[in-house]
Design a protein around this ligand. Structure first.
Ligand code: GLC
Length: 437
C-alpha cells in the first residue's frame, strides 16, 4: 500500500518536472512558486538529489539584485494563469533580474530546506559544493528582509500582500479588506476555469489582491514607499517562523562552510526575532501565536494553522509549548468529539470557518507537514502520530489533491479532494513522511 503511494507521488513529481523546476500543479499553477519549490525539493531529495539542487538553482535565477526572492518565477510563457508576468511587471523595479518574476515574495523556507537537504545527504560528495554555491544567496534574502521589511527594528518582518503569506484568502485578512476601498477591476481570472468558484477566493477578494499589486507597481516596487503607504502590512506568525527556522539552519550551515561573519549576524537577527515573536505575537487566551496588523497597529486575535508553526521553528519554551499543545489537542482544531481530521487551516469554531474554501478551513499538506515536525520536536507523540496518520489517510483515499475537507462527517460522503489534482507539494511531502525517519 505504502509502496504504491510513494510510486504515485514519484509519478506526480516526474510529470510536473519542467527542465529545472517543478510546477505546483499543471494548468492551475504553470510556473515556479517560491515556497512550493522548497517543499518540492524535499521530495526530489529522496528520488534524485540533482533535481533537488536544480529546483533551488532555478528558484535563485529569479533572485533580485537586492536579495529579494519573488513568489513566482515566470521561466516559461503560459496563458493558463492570472495574473501573469505582464500584470506583475517586475521590470518596473531597478533590482529585478532579466527573467520576469512577481514583485512580492513568499515565506522564506530556503534556509531550513537547505538544512534538511544537508541532514539527509551530508555524506554525498555533491552536497558541500552545492551549499557553497547557494549559501550567500540564501543569506542575502534574509539581509533583504531585515533591512527592508522591519521598519521598527523589532526582528519581525512584515508581509505587504496576502499572497506573500502563502495562505492566500485566510479569514485573518477580512478586517484588513474592510479598511480598503479597492476599485472594481475587470478580472481575467483563470483559476475558476480549473476549479469550482465556491472553492476559491471571491472576486471581491481578488480585486483587493490586484489593487495591492497595482499600488506597488505605481511605486516601482520601492520598499520604502510600500512600507509607508501599503494598506496591507502584517507581521505573520507563519512567515516569521519560517524566517527563524531558516536563520537557525543558515547558522549551522554557515559554521560548516566557515562563513563566520554571516553566522554572527544571523545569530543577532535570530535572537531578536525569537524574543519579539514570543513577546508580541503570543496570545495567552487563545494559546497560539497570532498576526499583527502593523498598518492599523492592532493584533488580529484569531487562530489558524499558522498559529502553531512556531513549534516547527522551536520558538516557544517547553512550558509554553506544552500549553499550546494541550490546547490544540482539546480545542477547536480536533473538535470536542474529535470531529475533524487534522489540521483545518482556520479555527473550526469561528463563524468565518469554511471547510471547502481554500485557506478558510480546508486541510493543506504543507501545513500538516510543518505541524507534524513541530509536534515531534516537542515530543507531543499522540499529535505527531495523529497528524501523520490523517495526512496519509487523505492521500490514500483521495489522491494528491491541493486541499481537503477536514470534517469527518463529510469525509464519509466525499470521493474527491478539493482544488488542483496531482499537486506537487502534497506528493513531495508525502514522500518525505514515508521515507524520512
Ligand atoms: C496557491 C497557494 C500558495 C501556493 C500557490 C502555488 O496560491 O495558496 O500557497 O504557493 O498556490 O501552489
Amino acid at each position: 500500500m505504502q509502496q504504491s503511494l510513494s510510486i504515485e507521488a514519484k509519478n506526480i513529481l516526474e510529470n510536473n518536472w519542467r527542465q529545472g523546476f517543478t510546477v505546483p500543479c499543471e494548468g492551475l499553477y504553470p510556473f515556479q512558486w517560491h515556497w512550493d519549490s522548497g517543499f518540492i525539493a524535499l521530495g526530489w531529495m529522496h528520488l534524485d538529489l540533482e533535481r533537488a539542487f536544480k529546483e533551488i538553482q532555478s528558484l535563485l535565477k529569479g533572485q533580485w539584485k537586492n536579495g529579494f526572492i519573488p513568489h513566482i518565477i515566470f521561466h516559461n510563457p503560459s496563458d493558463s494563469y492570472f495574473p501573469g508576468p505582464e500584470v506583475q511587471a517586475s521590470h518596473l523595479s531597478p533590482f529585478a533580474p532579466e527573467i520576469p518574476t512577481s514583485g512580492i515574495t513568499q515565506p522564506p523556507v530556503l534556509g531550513w530546506v537547505l538544512g534538511e537537504m544537508y541532514a539527509f545527504a551530508k555524506a554525498d560528495s555533491r552536497m558541500l559544493p552545492f551549499l557553497n554555491e547557494v549559501y550567500d544567496a540564501a543569506y542575502h534574502f534574509h539581509e533583504y528582509l531585515y533591512t527592508h521589511r522591519d521598519p521598527k527594528g523589532e526582528g519581525l518582518v512584515y508581509i505587504c500582500h496576502n499572497w506573500e503569506a502563502g495562505t492566500d484568502n485566510t479569514p485573518v485578512w477580512d478586517s484588513i479588506w474592510d479598511t480598503m476601498d479597492s476599485p472594481e477591476y475587470d478580472l481575467d481570472r483563470k483559476d475558476n476555469l480549473h476549479i469550482a468558484a465556491s472553492h476559491r477566493p471571491s472576486n471581491r477578494e481578488y480585486q483587493h489582491y490586484i489593487h495591492l499589486i497595482e499600488l506597488f507597481k505605481s511605486y516601482a516596487y520601492d520598499d520604502a514607499l510600500i512600507a509607508e503607504k501599503s494598506p496591507f502590512l502584517v507581521q505573520d506568525p507563519l512567515f516569521n517562523a519560517m524566517l527563524i527556522a531558516s536563520n537557525a539552519a543558515l547558522i549551522d550551515l554557515g559554521r560548516i562552510l566557515g562563513k563566520l561573519e554571516k553566522v554572527s549576524q544571523l545569530e543577532q537577527w535570530n535572537a531578536q526575532s525569537k524574543k519579539s515573536y514570543n513577546q508580541k505575537l503570543y496570545d495567552p487566551e487563545l494559546k497560539g501565536y497570532v498576526y499583527y496588523d502593523l498598518r492599523n497597529d492592532r493584533a488580529l486575535p484569531v487562530l489558524s494553522s499558522s498559529s502553531f508553526t512556531a513549534l516547527f521553528a522551536g520558538i516557544p519554551d517547553k512550558n509554553r509549548a506544552f500549553e499550546m499543545i494541550e490546547a490544540f489537542a482539546k480545542g477547536p482544531f480536533s473538535g470536542k468529539q474529535k470531529e475533524f481530521l487534522l489540521c483545518a487551516s482556520f479555527d473550526p469554531s469561528s463563524n468565518s470557518f469554511d471547510p471547502k474554501r481554500y485557506w478558510r478551513g480546508p486541510i493543506w499538506i504543507n501545513l500538516n507537514w510543518l505541524l507534524y515536525r513541530g509536534f515531534r520536536k516537542y515530543a507531543a507523540l499522540e499529535l505527531t502520530e495523529q497528524i501523520k496518520a490523517d495526512t496519509l489517510y487523505l492521500m490514500k483515499k483521495y489522491g494528491f489533491y491541493e486541499y481537503f475537507d477536514p470534517r469527518k462527517e463529510q469525509d464519509k460522503k466525499l470521493t474527491q479532494g478539493y482544488g488542483g489534482k496531482n499537486f506537487s507539494w502534497s506528493a513531495a511531502l508525502t514522500l518525505d513522511l514515508l521515507l524520512n525517519k
